[in-house]
Design a protein around this ligand. Structure first.
Ligand SMILES: Cc1ncc(COP(=O)(O)O)c(C=O)c1O
Ligand SMILES: N[C@@H](CCOP(=O)(O)O)C(=O)O
Length: 523
């Protein structure tokens, strides 16, 4: 007897509010270290009774202090960007100064004493960094601080504010590459968003907040009342979490109604002062710069070059995960454009110090609705025109006047780089297709993936090129865009990979009918 079935697709929003459909708990997983080589041979260790290696009343900071290595002679400082070949000896600032701009109003860059670092061969640095992976030894268990000598060599470990960030999954995108990108064998996704606050911003924020912690504490005792940023949702989340961990006030300026609910709740939960402003990100950025010039509030946006020192470790980590072999391509979604430069800095530092022998080619991917860099690139780098960025599902990169545009140009020119763009439909389809192969990508990662599809199609990227797509945030932060897509609720978008749930009567026959139809030819 044929059972009556209901096979229409109900709205996802309906299912979420239905009394019988329990809303799933959103939980971010801690980042696994699984592909990184670990110096310890834990797997081979015999099962032994748990034994503390430190006295029970000692924590890992105190333990590290007991074992403290003699201080090194490495150092870093601020210089105007772009630096001259040997730096400009006339303008140099200590990292303990509070300064964001050069005397001419330009950007600053953190510069390391490369001659001191070069006293060791590349193999020394590779072995040192490899030996620290996956440990809890303070502060080296962090993927950022495991490279401390390349980041902030002078900071005392007691001042470091770390949530054991970094060491993120380098995911082999086997099915996406093989089935959807013309048989790509060596396609990887660096999951920087599977992190403490769900985005790559943690990498830079641990560095910035640690330095603020140092400045506020004796003997420097700087009167910094708090740390502030403008944000499209991820910088604010990271700043709030690290400040909360350190007990430092955080102030965040957010463009009202332009960030996701999941992003908004993060600083609120972490106790930050949250100002929701009736403007876009660029407007928030202008305001925070004015406010930090007036009040003793330290600026946490990537205009502050300290952030990039942490973010660059993602590049070093990629090299490490490939056993110090350089990939051919790195694709990074770009908004305020600090991160593309941070990747370049990480790769270039490893090249200059002999850890590797070349640079990968960088691709910066922008949403077509917020594409000032793409337009600049298309003009042959002749004319940069800031714009009023249009709304995009990749809301964290809805930025029309990027602070680090000059840094991005340096990174792209030095790596024979490319700038690509993706329409809303392209980025949502790319994200959804990646999800179908086992990921749960965010729309910004969708922008980078859409760029990859285009570069494969025009054969710029070959099937055997080792390619890394940088995933910048956790997809769970942007679930509303996925709900709208799978609900087919997006105007003028076919949503070709939509997979709406099927509402079925709770009846064996009805369920069987649906399954037979769905699995036709496979049963
Ligand atoms: C999730 C996400 N992806 C990409 C970006 C772009 O990074 P950047 O501003 O450094 O270009 C941002 C922030 O701007 C972001 O929050
Ligand atoms: N996507 C960013 C925008 C601000 O970028 P920043 O790197 O300059 O802080 C955010 O999440 O706020």
């Amino acid at each position: 007897m044929a059972a009556t079935t209901t096979t229409h697709a109900p709205s996802l929003s309906f299912l979420l509010s239905h009394p019988h459909s329990a809303a799933p708990q959103l939980r971010l997983r801690p980042s696994p270290h699984h592909r990184l080589r670990c110096a310890t041979d834990a797997a081979a260790a015999p099962a032994a009774p748990a034994k503390h290696r430190r006295p029970a009343d000692e924590n890992i900071r105190e333990e590290a202090a007991r074992h403290r290595a003699p201080s090194n002679d490495f150092s870093a400082w601020y210089e105007p960007f772009p630096p001259g070949p040997d730096g400009d000896p006339h303008e140099r600032y200590s990292l303990d100064e509070i300064v964001y701009r050069s005397s001419s109003g330009g950007l600053l860059d953190v510069r390391h004493d490369m001659a001191a670092l070069a006293r060791h061969p590349g193999s020394y640095w590779r072995d040192l960094f490899d030996s620290r992976v996956g440990r809890t030894t303070w502060p080296y268990g962090s993927g950022v601080w495991s490279k401390k000598e390349f980041v902030l060599p002078g900071i005392h470990p007691d001042h470091i504010v770390s949530l054991f960030e970094g060491n993120s999954n380098l995911f082999w995108a086997e099915r996406l590459g093989r089935d959807h990108l013309g048989g790509m064998k060596d396609l990887w996704v660096k999951h920087c968003g599977i992190s403490h606050t769900g985005s790559f911003k943690d990498l830079g924020m641990t560095v910035l907040v640690s330095q603020v912690n140092r400045l506020r504490r004796a003997p420097l005792s700087r009167p910094i009342a708090g740390v502030g940023c403008a944000s499209t949702g991820d910088t604010s989340a990271a700043l709030s979490a690290y400040c909360a961990a350190a007990g430092i006030p955080a102030i965040v300026f957010l463009p009202a109604n332009r960030i996701s609910l999941e992003q908004l709740i993060q600083p609120i939960a972490n106790g930050a002062t949250v100002l929701s402003l009736d403007t876009d990100f660029d407007g928030c950025m202008r305001l925070i710069r004015e406010v930090t010039a007036e009040l003793p509030i330290y600026l946490a946006n990537s205009l502050n070059s300290l952030r990039l020192e942490g973010q660059k470790t993602a590049a070093i980590e990629i090299l490490q995960q490939f056993d110090w072999e350089v990939p051919d391509w790195i694709i990074v979604p770009g908004g305020n454009l600090g991160n593309i430069y941070a990747f370049y800095k990480g790769f270039e530092m490893c090249r200059a110090l002999g850890l590797v022998d070349r640079l990968p080619r960088l691709v910066c991917a922008q949403a077509a609705n917020a594409n000032p860099l793409y337009r600049y690139y298309k003009s042959g780098w002749t004319q940069f025109q800031p714009q009023v960025a249009e709304p995009t599902f990749a809301s964290a990169i809805q930025i029309g006047d990027p602070v680090s545009v000059d840094r991005a140009v340096v990174a792209l020119k030095a790596t024979n780089g490319i700038v690509a763009e993706a329409t809303e439909e392209e980025l949502m389809n790319a994200m959804s297709l990646a999800d179908r192969t086992g990921m749960f990508a965010c729309p910004h990662t969708g922008v980078a993936l859409a760029a990859l599809f285009k570069l494969r199609e025009d054969r710029t990227i070959g099937p055997n090129d080792r390619t890394v797509v940088v995933s910048t945030a956790h997809g769970l932060k942007f679930s509303q865009s996925k709900i709208d897509y799978h609900d087919k609720k997006i105007e003028d978008m076919a949503c070709k990979y939509a997979n709406p749930p099927v509402s079925v009567k709770a009846d064996f026959g009805a369920v069987m009918d649906v399954l037979k139809k769905r699995l036709k030819g496979k049963l």
